[in-house]
Design a protein around this ligand. Sequence first.
Ligand code: ZN
Ligand code: ZN
Length: 377
Amino acid sequence: MRSAGGDGRPGRLARVRARMAALGIDALLVTHLPNVRYLTGMRASAAAALIDGAGILLITDARYITAARTLAEEAGAGLGLAVIEIQKSYDQSICDVVRRRGLAHVGVEAEHVSLARWQWLRDSLRDEVTLVSTAGLVETERMVKDAAECERLRRAGRLLAGVVPVALQLTGAGRTEREVAADIERALATAGFEDRAFETIVASGPRSALPHARPGSRRLTAGDLVVLDFGGVYGGYCVDLTRTASVGEPGEMSLRMHAAVLASQTAAIAAVRPGVQASAVDAAARGVLREHGLAEAFQHGTGHGLGLEVHEAPRIAQAARLQRPGADVVLEAGMVITVEPGVYVPNAGGVRIEDDVLVTAGGCEMLTEAPRALAVC
Ligand code: ZN
Ligand code: ZN
């Protein structure tokens, strides 16, 4: 999947450095923790990394310093990973090291730095260093997964698909949304996930018409549609899946909505291949729903990237909603995305079907192979 610069962290670092060179910056301050993890392997609730021409510096505090030093030893000389333990504060240590290294143009991840932090860094480094606002330098690299990441996501997808029949079995008349959600999360742990990827959604009856409803105390009732949206983290990587079930025999409206969403998802998955713009996949999903007279009932994007974060680039949405430069990404082999069209009819109910696919040279590979027909619970 990856060639230029090779697989693994040294390759990632080399490609980020090439992007830095194109921007004319001699260092990049990485403060978004998933980006720090991607580049260094460090999983911590607080850390930063500074990339310059000489190497990559992992900056962390006493809680994580042993883990950081172990990582640096394991990484060996190839990555050039060194560790700094902060003294007074993260930002003070960052300023010290930027000065010590004589850096002149330091990129900052604008999407992940508060205005207050930016101002403090700028004021502290005044006259010596120019801070340069950057966006998506590491995130762009993260979109295309290397072989090891693909393997992890394949395994995670298989595990998640295995939870589908369990989740459907847990769904039944008389149970509350919260009970079902808690049981699904236990099933995720039993399946081998280290964590849930997000708060599980169980939305029943009229609440299924709310795309991001939080599970509540409502009891599932015959005739309900129930949207079950859950995901897990495996080896640091997130997978995400939705199925919609009917409590008891589905009515005609439920069947119609489900058939339309299934056809929409099938068309969108068929559109996924290298060279296609993200918005074209969205258009494939939306076109089918329009044919079914349900275009207005589909109000969100068709999907999102998956990886160290459950929502990451690329976004699969309408071209009109991907206005920022580069946001309408051209798909490449190695990208992993969700395909999740849905329809939501206020006061009636909703249907969403979501699967995860890996873009391959010839199209895409389904990572979450599980029955998609409307389940009757
Ligand atoms: Zn989901
Ligand atoms: Zn999703």
